[in-house]
Design a protein around this ligand. Sequence first.
Ligand code: ADP
Ligand code: MG
Length: 868
Amino acid sequence: MKRKEMNNVELTGQDGLTTQQAQLQLAQVGANELVAARKPHWWQQVAHHLSDVSSLVLLFAVGLATYMAVAQGGGWTKPLVIGAILVINVVIGMYQEASAEKALAALQSMSLPTTTVRREGIAQSVPAKDVVPGDLVLLKAGDQVPADGIVLSSTNLAVDEAVLTGESVPVTKETLTDVTALRDTHQVFSGTAVTAGTAVIQVVTTGMATELGQIAGLLNRTKKRATPLQGRLNRLSGWLTSFAIIGGFIIFALSIWMQNQGMADSLMIGISLAVAAVPETLPIIVTISLAHGVKRMAKRNAIMRRVNAVETIGGVDVIASDKTGTLTQNQMTITQYWTPNTQNPMAAEHLSPAGADLMKYLGLATNAEIQVVAGEEKTTGDPTELAIVRWLASHDHSRQAFEHAAPRIAEDPFDSTKKTMATIHRLSDDEQLVIVKGAFDRLPVAWRQGEQAQAQRIHDEFGQKALRVLSVGYKVVPTTTKVAWASLATDLTFAGLVGIIDPPRPEVIPAIREAKRAGIKSVMITGDHMVTAEAIAREIGLLTPGQLVMSGDELRTLTDDELAAKIQNVAVYARVSPTDKIRIVQSWQQAGKTVAMTGDGVNDAPALKAADVGIAMGITGTEVSKGAADMVLTDDNFATIIAAVKEGRTVYQNILKAVEFLVGVNFAQIFLMVGAVLMGWGAPLIAEQLLLINVLADGIPGFYISREPGEKEAMEQPPVANEESLFARGLGSRLAIRATTFTFLTLGVYALGRFVLTNNQATVGMTMTFLVLAVGSMIDIYAIKDRQPLTLGSLRRNPVLNWSLLLAVALVILIATVPGLQAMFGLVALPAVAWLVVIPGMFLPTLVLELTKRVQQQRPARLRAELD
Ligand code: ADP
Ligand code: MG
């Protein structure tokens, strides 16, 4: 790749850059990030908003009104008012979009990767964007390479360069010894993943100058994709738009035919109706609702890396979760041990001579460390191994002392596929010690008479107590034997086994129950033995009667069809490897289910990508797993996933509520206009009035429905199926009720005002209809925002909504009562008695919806009773 550039690199000293040098570099070359696409100019945004269907139609209306003003000589209010409405429409649209984008930008800054650099001789974790050319970066398996660089030192370094080359087989990299002989194998590239080994690299280029940056330049040009829900809503919008335009056309045709109104007037009213009935705010309400969901999830420790995932997580059917650390606390403690030739296991506090040997072997084959810095315990390493280190400490032993006596020569690291780890130690000039620790059934032991059955019995006994079991074997070989793991790790002498307790997280138990009520299946995945897995699964309520435990071995013998037939009944997968996870995900997906899957290691990345929602661990997870995930849990906690599901469902509900709010009245407007014209009454509202209702009612309160907090009921329903219609779950019937109420109400009010209260004064009927429709459609947002019957508490839950509503209502009343404004919108002062009709009329639709809720409430209550 960029060999030339790398050839001229001056090597940084062993200690790395100084903080000052790094700062200077950062100021010079800029942050190590892929620059986002340039923001469009404000005039490009204006143009974008003007090209909306509703803006285009409005523009046409302004033109038409101007033409009429010129043709009729005077009457300039109409074009001015419609022009102003057009401007307000565009301004509101731009404001809404800006606030959505701001929220999304905040989201991106939450999931910034970090990396380890050595500066002034000290290894420190820094945000990857602060890495500069010249920095020494320390890499280990699971890390993401933060910048392009050369390998200064390495052991067994292998890197997955699929992002750049598409080739997913890891590439081995070597230490650069001779600067003049630089080859590709001496270089690592930004965005690639370390799959094995460790290395120190010197950064050469950062940010857009890297190989990845060059590709990212292309990525910036690709368009943002709509989420599935956005897609569905766009289709709905398209459908409603056609309906609006047809409605407008019908009104236009009818008023010419029946009323002998002027061509231009008829056209104007048709156009206004079309504008009013187009739900132009819908797409932006989706974006802003998703953005709010992201914010609320972050507060609950779930960081979304992809906005679409907010929607997806709300609809998951299955959550497949790692056991260790996610369902359990990852606070492991050895409670019991057993060595051959004793009848029963011993408590960890009492150490027999054989137990002391077992402890020594365990200690030697361990990498974890605990240091006490300023009274605070600082731990590094695997929690399982930390349990060993703690056990040593509780008996006044230390790893270091053991290692001093038998220095380690080599290590074959633990890996969750083979489930063992081995080390070799020097005992004397001609003898070395091989230790293998790991899963009981994976340990290559040469069993002595009767020993195996007894060990198996103890192992199972530990497992039934929900203990994680670790076994150890050893063998002494001559120093002349070469380090070849396959041949060394055989015929071991069994040293014993330990039982490690890892208590479940207490909050997981209610979380699993909540998931079940919400129609979500929780599945446990673990590398632990079946017996242990089963005991814990039972303890946390995940394994219920009728559900099965399946081992990885069994899973691998099943064909895809056999697995598909069983998968619904399996709640626990034990002794699985990362590659098994993909099959589990895919099998569920083939059954049409939406699957969330957790993972933390490098090997988990493919499963995280395959899942509909890949979930990485913020604390114990590798950078690679985070990079592959859609969501990162900052507390590694299963309960957080359930909290995120709830937020996701709230977002979905809020979007549906917005649809209900926007669409119901749009239909009523069409029916009102067509109905009145058919009755021979002429248009009951004029263009300016329709447009004003559209801007104030749809644009202002409708927008803030996205801020509604979640409802309890959100977690008491089955997940939304992929193909479920937007109108399922009562939305269709609620829309119908609302449209019907408004149609009859407004027609009635108009007739009352025009024919009963006055002697055929159309303007009085018009003013009354305007007030009832405008204010009535705004305040019934309260009936829509809550699925539960309205209470004082729910009225207070969304202050922004209240204020925006108050503002909008005040504006409407002002326009309808202040003489100058009245005239502009073709309204008149109402006789006092008319207000006696108008005011109750404004509240009637809310009342109707509230009554419907109370009737419908009986049904979900029954459903809930059945679930419990
Ligand atoms: P999990 O997915 O539950 O974390 P793992 O695959 O990490 O499970 O572990 C599976 C088994 O491997 C454990 O039951 C234990 O016997 C063994 N094991 C776990 N960690 C280590 C380790 N650091 N060294 C050796 N063996 C281990
Ligand atoms: Mg593990």
